[in-house]
Design a protein around this ligand. Structure first.
Ligand code: GLT
Ligand code: MN
Ligand code: MN
Length: 389
Protein backbone atom coordinates (compact mmCIF):
# COMPACT_ATOMS: atom_id res chain seq x y z
CA UNK A 1 0.00 0.00 0.00
CA UNK A 2 2.63 2.52 1.09
CA UNK A 3 4.73 1.71 -1.96
CA UNK A 4 1.73 2.21 -4.18
CA UNK A 5 1.22 5.68 -2.67
CA UNK A 6 4.74 6.59 -3.66
CA UNK A 7 4.62 5.22 -7.21
CA UNK A 8 4.45 8.00 -9.80
CA UNK A 9 1.42 7.85 -12.05
CA UNK A 10 0.38 10.08 -14.98
CA UNK A 11 -2.27 11.87 -12.85
CA UNK A 12 0.52 13.19 -10.61
CA UNK A 13 1.67 15.25 -13.63
CA UNK A 14 5.40 14.84 -13.00
CA UNK A 15 7.55 16.29 -15.74
CA UNK A 16 11.27 16.81 -16.32
CA UNK A 17 13.16 19.01 -18.76
CA UNK A 18 15.33 17.29 -21.37
CA UNK A 19 18.11 19.48 -19.94
CA UNK A 20 17.63 18.05 -16.44
CA UNK A 21 18.04 14.30 -16.92
CA UNK A 22 20.28 15.13 -19.90
CA UNK A 23 22.59 17.24 -17.72
CA UNK A 24 26.10 15.88 -18.16
CA UNK A 25 27.55 17.26 -14.93
CA UNK A 26 29.67 20.01 -16.45
CA UNK A 27 30.37 22.87 -14.04
CA UNK A 28 32.58 25.99 -14.15
CA UNK A 29 35.48 23.93 -12.72
CA UNK A 30 35.11 20.61 -14.46
CA UNK A 31 34.27 18.77 -17.63
CA UNK A 32 31.22 16.66 -18.35
CA UNK A 33 31.18 13.36 -16.47
CA UNK A 34 28.36 11.60 -18.34
CA UNK A 35 28.13 10.81 -22.06
CA UNK A 36 25.56 12.66 -24.09
CA UNK A 37 22.21 10.88 -24.53
CA UNK A 38 19.96 11.66 -27.47
CA UNK A 39 16.58 13.32 -26.81
CA UNK A 40 14.81 10.08 -27.77
CA UNK A 41 16.97 8.10 -25.28
CA UNK A 42 16.07 10.64 -22.61
CA UNK A 43 12.38 10.21 -23.41
CA UNK A 44 12.75 6.47 -22.85
CA UNK A 45 14.60 7.07 -19.59
CA UNK A 46 11.77 9.32 -18.36
CA UNK A 47 9.10 6.83 -19.38
CA UNK A 48 11.08 4.18 -17.53
CA UNK A 49 11.03 6.08 -14.24
CA UNK A 50 7.32 6.93 -14.51
CA UNK A 51 7.21 10.60 -15.54
CA UNK A 52 4.10 11.96 -17.28
CA UNK A 53 5.86 14.40 -19.54
CA UNK A 54 9.01 15.96 -20.90
CA UNK A 55 9.70 19.66 -21.48
CA UNK A 56 12.34 21.20 -23.67
CA UNK A 57 14.20 24.22 -24.96
CA UNK A 58 14.37 24.58 -28.74
CA UNK A 59 18.07 23.67 -28.73
CA UNK A 60 17.75 20.71 -26.36
CA UNK A 61 16.17 19.09 -29.41
CA UNK A 62 17.11 21.03 -32.55
CA UNK A 63 20.72 22.26 -32.90
CA UNK A 64 20.91 26.04 -33.30
CA UNK A 65 22.32 25.72 -36.84
CA UNK A 66 19.95 23.02 -38.13
CA UNK A 67 18.45 23.59 -41.59
CA UNK A 68 14.64 23.68 -41.90
CA UNK A 69 14.45 20.10 -43.30
CA UNK A 70 16.74 18.84 -40.50
CA UNK A 71 14.56 20.60 -37.95
CA UNK A 72 11.40 19.02 -39.38
CA UNK A 73 12.89 15.55 -39.29
CA UNK A 74 14.21 15.91 -35.71
CA UNK A 75 10.92 17.27 -34.40
CA UNK A 76 8.94 14.57 -36.25
CA UNK A 77 11.12 11.76 -34.83
CA UNK A 78 10.91 13.20 -31.33
CA UNK A 79 7.13 13.46 -31.53
CA UNK A 80 6.97 9.81 -32.55
CA UNK A 81 9.29 8.79 -29.67
CA UNK A 82 7.08 10.66 -27.17
CA UNK A 83 3.95 9.02 -28.52
CA UNK A 84 5.54 5.57 -28.36
CA UNK A 85 6.72 6.17 -24.80
CA UNK A 86 3.35 7.64 -23.77
CA UNK A 87 4.94 10.94 -22.74
CA UNK A 88 3.35 14.38 -23.17
CA UNK A 89 5.15 17.67 -23.87
CA UNK A 90 3.18 20.12 -21.70
CA UNK A 91 5.73 22.94 -21.76
CA UNK A 92 8.27 24.35 -24.17
CA UNK A 93 10.83 27.10 -23.74
CA UNK A 94 13.59 28.85 -25.63
CA UNK A 95 17.30 29.01 -24.99
CA UNK A 96 18.18 32.70 -24.93
CA UNK A 97 21.29 32.31 -22.78
CA UNK A 98 23.82 29.83 -24.21
CA UNK A 99 24.93 31.32 -27.50
CA UNK A 100 27.50 34.17 -27.33
CA UNK A 101 25.08 36.39 -29.26
CA UNK A 102 23.15 36.74 -25.98
CA UNK A 103 26.11 37.90 -23.89
CA UNK A 104 24.45 41.31 -23.35
CA UNK A 105 20.95 39.86 -22.95
CA UNK A 106 18.26 38.84 -25.43
CA UNK A 107 15.04 40.89 -25.24
CA UNK A 108 16.85 43.59 -23.26
CA UNK A 109 20.15 43.69 -25.21
CA UNK A 110 21.36 47.08 -26.40
CA UNK A 111 21.77 45.85 -30.01
CA UNK A 112 18.36 45.90 -31.70
CA UNK A 113 19.49 43.10 -34.05
CA UNK A 114 20.06 40.87 -31.02
CA UNK A 115 16.57 41.73 -29.75
CA UNK A 116 15.06 40.93 -33.15
CA UNK A 117 16.98 37.63 -33.34
CA UNK A 118 15.78 36.73 -29.83
CA UNK A 119 12.18 37.29 -30.91
CA UNK A 120 12.67 35.24 -34.09
CA UNK A 121 14.30 32.41 -32.11
CA UNK A 122 11.46 32.46 -29.58
CA UNK A 123 8.77 32.39 -32.30
CA UNK A 124 10.50 29.38 -33.87
CA UNK A 125 10.68 27.69 -30.46
CA UNK A 126 6.96 28.37 -30.04
CA UNK A 127 6.40 26.66 -33.42
CA UNK A 128 8.28 23.58 -32.17
CA UNK A 129 6.37 23.50 -28.87
CA UNK A 130 3.02 23.89 -30.62
CA UNK A 131 3.86 21.00 -32.97
CA UNK A 132 4.54 18.83 -29.91
CA UNK A 133 1.33 19.89 -28.15
CA UNK A 134 2.74 22.28 -25.53
CA UNK A 135 0.33 24.83 -24.07
CA UNK A 136 2.70 26.49 -21.59
CA UNK A 137 5.67 28.52 -22.81
CA UNK A 138 8.29 29.40 -20.19
CA UNK A 139 10.52 32.44 -20.53
CA UNK A 140 13.58 32.48 -18.30
CA UNK A 141 15.63 35.60 -18.90
CA UNK A 142 18.94 34.21 -17.68
CA UNK A 143 21.02 36.76 -19.59
CA UNK A 144 18.64 39.69 -19.11
CA UNK A 145 20.83 41.56 -16.66
CA UNK A 146 24.14 43.26 -16.08
CA UNK A 147 27.59 43.15 -14.60
CA UNK A 148 27.77 46.94 -14.81
CA UNK A 149 24.82 49.28 -14.77
CA UNK A 150 26.82 51.67 -16.95
CA UNK A 151 25.51 49.78 -20.01
CA UNK A 152 21.80 50.67 -19.80
CA UNK A 153 19.14 51.96 -17.47
CA UNK A 154 17.10 49.16 -15.89
CA UNK A 155 13.82 50.94 -16.67
CA UNK A 156 14.76 50.81 -20.37
CA UNK A 157 15.29 47.05 -19.96
CA UNK A 158 11.84 46.74 -18.40
CA UNK A 159 10.31 48.54 -21.40
CA UNK A 160 12.16 46.30 -23.89
CA UNK A 161 11.15 43.16 -22.06
CA UNK A 162 7.49 44.26 -21.97
CA UNK A 163 7.56 45.01 -25.71
CA UNK A 164 8.95 41.52 -26.43
CA UNK A 165 6.35 39.69 -24.33
CA UNK A 166 3.55 41.77 -25.92
CA UNK A 167 4.87 40.77 -29.36
CA UNK A 168 5.02 37.08 -28.46
CA UNK A 169 1.46 37.09 -27.11
CA UNK A 170 0.30 38.51 -30.45
CA UNK A 171 2.25 35.81 -32.30
CA UNK A 172 0.56 33.08 -30.25
CA UNK A 173 -2.87 34.62 -30.92
CA UNK A 174 -2.10 35.08 -34.61
CA UNK A 175 -1.08 31.43 -35.00
CA UNK A 176 -3.86 30.12 -32.77
CA UNK A 177 -1.33 28.31 -30.55
CA UNK A 178 -3.28 28.89 -27.32
CA UNK A 179 -0.10 29.39 -25.28
CA UNK A 180 0.00 30.73 -21.75
CA UNK A 181 3.40 32.25 -20.96
CA UNK A 182 5.10 31.59 -17.63
CA UNK A 183 7.86 34.05 -16.64
CA UNK A 184 10.64 32.59 -14.49
CA UNK A 185 12.63 34.85 -12.16
CA UNK A 186 16.13 34.42 -10.79
CA UNK A 187 18.14 37.03 -8.87
CA UNK A 188 21.61 36.35 -10.30
CA UNK A 189 23.73 33.74 -12.11
CA UNK A 190 24.74 33.67 -14.87
CA UNK A 191 24.60 37.52 -14.78
CA UNK A 192 25.80 39.42 -11.70
CA UNK A 193 22.27 40.81 -11.45
CA UNK A 194 19.27 39.67 -13.44
CA UNK A 195 16.31 41.98 -14.11
CA UNK A 196 13.03 40.87 -12.51
CA UNK A 197 14.91 39.06 -9.71
CA UNK A 198 11.87 37.56 -8.00
CA UNK A 199 8.47 36.12 -8.84
CA UNK A 200 6.93 39.18 -7.20
CA UNK A 201 8.76 41.45 -9.67
CA UNK A 202 7.24 39.54 -12.60
CA UNK A 203 3.77 39.64 -11.03
CA UNK A 204 4.01 43.43 -11.03
CA UNK A 205 5.19 43.53 -14.67
CA UNK A 206 2.41 41.21 -15.86
CA UNK A 207 -0.29 43.70 -14.88
CA UNK A 208 1.25 46.20 -17.34
CA UNK A 209 1.17 43.87 -20.37
CA UNK A 210 -1.24 44.13 -23.32
CA UNK A 211 -2.48 40.57 -22.79
CA UNK A 212 -1.92 40.14 -19.06
CA UNK A 213 -4.45 37.27 -19.00
CA UNK A 214 -2.06 35.18 -21.15
CA UNK A 215 0.95 35.66 -18.88
CA UNK A 216 1.73 34.16 -15.48
CA UNK A 217 4.80 32.96 -13.59
CA UNK A 218 7.00 29.90 -13.22
CA UNK A 219 8.51 30.15 -9.72
CA UNK A 220 11.54 27.95 -9.01
CA UNK A 221 12.41 26.77 -5.49
CA UNK A 222 16.14 27.37 -5.93
CA UNK A 223 15.74 30.82 -7.41
CA UNK A 224 13.52 32.10 -4.59
CA UNK A 225 15.91 30.56 -2.04
CA UNK A 226 18.88 32.25 -3.74
CA UNK A 227 17.07 35.54 -3.11
CA UNK A 228 16.59 34.51 0.52
CA UNK A 229 12.82 34.26 0.08
CA UNK A 230 10.15 31.79 1.12
CA UNK A 231 9.18 29.84 -2.04
CA UNK A 232 5.78 28.85 -0.71
CA UNK A 233 4.90 32.48 -0.02
CA UNK A 234 5.84 33.44 -3.60
CA UNK A 235 3.83 30.54 -4.97
CA UNK A 236 0.84 31.43 -2.80
CA UNK A 237 0.86 35.04 -3.97
CA UNK A 238 1.02 33.89 -7.60
CA UNK A 239 -1.77 31.42 -6.97
CA UNK A 240 -3.98 34.02 -5.31
CA UNK A 241 -3.49 36.27 -8.34
CA UNK A 242 -4.45 33.43 -10.72
CA UNK A 243 -0.92 33.48 -12.10
CA UNK A 244 0.62 30.14 -11.10
CA UNK A 245 0.91 28.77 -14.64
CA UNK A 246 3.87 26.44 -14.00
CA UNK A 247 6.36 25.53 -11.27
CA UNK A 248 10.02 24.46 -11.15
CA UNK A 249 10.70 22.09 -8.26
CA UNK A 250 14.23 21.46 -7.01
CA UNK A 251 16.24 22.38 -3.95
CA UNK A 252 18.91 24.83 -2.92
CA UNK A 253 20.93 25.68 0.17
CA UNK A 254 20.62 29.47 0.64
CA UNK A 255 23.75 31.48 -0.01
CA UNK A 256 25.26 29.00 -2.48
CA UNK A 257 25.67 28.90 -6.27
CA UNK A 258 22.67 27.65 -8.28
CA UNK A 259 22.60 24.04 -7.11
CA UNK A 260 19.44 22.59 -8.76
CA UNK A 261 19.41 19.76 -6.20
CA UNK A 262 16.97 16.84 -6.10
CA UNK A 263 13.57 18.07 -4.88
CA UNK A 264 13.32 18.14 -1.09
CA UNK A 265 16.88 16.93 -0.55
CA UNK A 266 18.23 20.06 1.17
CA UNK A 267 15.20 21.54 2.94
CA UNK A 268 12.53 18.85 3.35
CA UNK A 269 10.53 21.04 5.74
CA UNK A 270 10.16 23.94 3.29
CA UNK A 271 9.41 21.40 0.54
CA UNK A 272 6.66 20.02 2.77
CA UNK A 273 4.91 23.39 3.10
CA UNK A 274 5.17 23.85 -0.65
CA UNK A 275 3.71 20.44 -1.50
CA UNK A 276 1.00 20.92 1.11
CA UNK A 277 0.06 24.26 -0.44
CA UNK A 278 -0.08 22.87 -4.00
CA UNK A 279 -2.20 19.93 -2.86
CA UNK A 280 -4.45 21.98 -0.54
CA UNK A 281 -5.39 24.38 -3.35
CA UNK A 282 -5.62 21.55 -5.93
CA UNK A 283 -3.06 23.12 -8.27
CA UNK A 284 -3.61 21.17 -11.46
CA UNK A 285 -0.54 22.09 -13.52
CA UNK A 286 2.60 20.04 -14.09
CA UNK A 287 4.89 19.28 -11.18
CA UNK A 288 8.03 20.03 -13.15
CA UNK A 289 11.44 19.12 -11.76
CA UNK A 290 14.16 21.53 -12.88
CA UNK A 291 17.09 19.85 -11.20
CA UNK A 292 19.91 17.51 -12.03
CA UNK A 293 21.79 14.56 -10.59
CA UNK A 294 25.03 14.92 -8.64
CA UNK A 295 28.19 14.94 -10.69
CA UNK A 296 29.10 11.64 -9.04
CA UNK A 297 26.39 9.73 -10.95
CA UNK A 298 26.13 7.67 -14.10
CA UNK A 299 22.76 7.27 -15.86
CA UNK A 300 21.59 4.72 -13.27
CA UNK A 301 22.22 7.47 -10.73
CA UNK A 302 20.29 9.91 -12.93
CA UNK A 303 17.34 7.54 -12.70
CA UNK A 304 17.78 7.38 -8.92
CA UNK A 305 17.73 11.17 -8.91
CA UNK A 306 14.56 11.40 -11.03
CA UNK A 307 12.77 8.72 -9.04
CA UNK A 308 13.85 10.48 -5.85
CA UNK A 309 12.29 13.83 -6.91
CA UNK A 310 8.92 12.16 -7.52
CA UNK A 311 9.08 9.90 -4.48
CA UNK A 312 9.84 12.78 -2.14
CA UNK A 313 6.96 14.77 -3.60
CA UNK A 314 4.58 11.85 -3.02
CA UNK A 315 5.88 11.20 0.50
CA UNK A 316 5.34 14.87 1.36
CA UNK A 317 1.89 14.74 -0.24
CA UNK A 318 1.00 11.84 2.04
CA UNK A 319 2.45 13.71 5.04
CA UNK A 320 0.31 16.73 4.11
CA UNK A 321 -2.83 14.57 4.11
CA UNK A 322 -1.77 13.16 7.49
CA UNK A 323 -1.22 16.70 8.81
CA UNK A 324 -4.67 17.82 7.58
CA UNK A 325 -6.33 14.81 9.23
CA UNK A 326 -4.44 14.91 12.55
CA UNK A 327 -7.01 15.42 15.38
CA UNK A 328 -4.73 17.51 17.60
CA UNK A 329 -3.69 19.74 14.70
CA UNK A 330 -7.31 20.12 13.62
CA UNK A 331 -8.33 21.14 17.13
CA UNK A 332 -5.57 23.73 17.24
CA UNK A 333 -6.55 25.11 13.84
CA UNK A 334 -10.19 25.30 14.96
CA UNK A 335 -9.06 27.34 17.96
CA UNK A 336 -7.14 29.70 15.66
CA UNK A 337 -10.25 30.00 13.50
CA UNK A 338 -12.43 30.88 16.51
CA UNK A 339 -10.48 34.11 16.96
CA UNK A 340 -11.19 35.02 13.35
CA UNK A 341 -14.77 36.27 13.87
CA UNK A 342 -16.16 39.04 11.61
CA UNK A 343 -15.76 42.54 13.05
CA UNK A 344 -16.26 46.24 12.28
CA UNK A 345 -14.20 46.41 9.11
CA UNK A 346 -14.93 42.93 7.70
CA UNK A 347 -17.62 44.04 5.22
CA UNK A 348 -15.42 46.78 3.75
CA UNK A 349 -15.34 50.51 4.37
CA UNK A 350 -18.33 52.59 5.39
CA UNK A 351 -18.33 55.92 7.22
CA UNK A 352 -20.43 54.44 10.05
CA UNK A 353 -18.22 51.33 10.29
CA UNK A 354 -15.12 53.54 10.44
CA UNK A 355 -16.68 55.71 13.14
CA UNK A 356 -17.52 52.61 15.15
CA UNK A 357 -14.03 51.17 14.66
CA UNK A 358 -12.47 54.48 15.75
CA UNK A 359 -14.63 54.48 18.87
CA UNK A 360 -13.85 50.89 19.86
CA UNK A 361 -11.44 50.21 22.71
CA UNK A 362 -9.10 47.25 22.54
CA UNK A 363 -7.76 45.41 25.58
CA UNK A 364 -4.25 45.00 24.23
CA UNK A 365 -2.79 43.31 27.28
CA UNK A 366 -5.59 40.72 27.40
CA UNK A 367 -5.18 39.96 23.70
CA UNK A 368 -1.42 39.68 24.01
CA UNK A 369 -1.35 37.66 27.24
CA UNK A 370 -2.23 34.16 26.00
CA UNK A 371 0.43 32.14 24.14
CA UNK A 372 -0.49 31.11 20.63
CA UNK A 373 0.89 27.55 20.85
CA UNK A 374 2.65 27.70 17.50
CA UNK A 375 5.61 25.90 19.11
CA UNK A 376 3.38 22.88 19.74
CA UNK A 377 1.86 23.15 16.27
CA UNK A 378 5.27 23.20 14.63
CA UNK A 379 6.54 20.30 16.74
CA UNK A 380 3.52 18.24 15.66
CA UNK A 381 4.54 19.05 12.08
CA UNK A 382 8.10 17.93 12.79
CA UNK A 383 6.83 14.73 14.43
CA UNK A 384 4.81 13.95 11.30
CA UNK A 385 7.73 14.78 9.01
CA UNK A 386 10.18 12.69 11.00
CA UNK A 387 7.79 9.77 10.99
CA UNK A 388 6.99 9.39 14.69
CA UNK A 389 3.38 10.56 14.38
C1 GLT B 1 18.19 26.66 -17.03
C2 GLT B 1 17.75 27.40 -15.79
C3 GLT B 1 16.39 27.03 -15.37
C4 GLT B 1 15.33 27.40 -16.37
C5 GLT B 1 15.44 26.69 -17.64
C6 GLT B 1 14.44 27.23 -18.63
S1 GLT B 1 17.01 26.57 -18.26
O1 GLT B 1 18.56 25.36 -16.72
O2 GLT B 1 18.67 27.12 -14.74
O3 GLT B 1 16.05 27.52 -14.13
O4 GLT B 1 14.09 27.00 -15.85
O5 GLT B 1 14.96 28.11 -19.54
MN1 MN C 1 17.78 26.78 -11.52
MN1 MN D 1 14.01 26.71 -13.75
Amino acid sequence: MADDLYTPRPEHKFTFGLWTVGNRGRDPFGEAVRPSLSPTDLVRLLADVGAMGVNLHDNDLVPIDATPPERDQIVGNFKKACEEAGLKVPMATVNLFYDPVFRDGAFTANDSDVRAYALQKTMRAMDIGAELGAKIFVLWGGREGTETDACRRPDEAVKRFREAVNYLCEYSLDRGYGYRFALEAKPNEPRADIYFPTTGAYLALIETLDHSDMVGVNPEVAHEHMAGLNMMHSVAQAWEAGKLFHIDLNDQIPGRYDQDLRFGSANPRTAFWLVKFLEDVSYDGSRHFDAHAYRTEDYEGVKDFARGCMRTYLILKEKAARWNADPEIRAMLAEIQEKNAPNEYAGGYSAEGAASLLAQSFDRSRVASAGLRYERLDQLTIDILLGVR
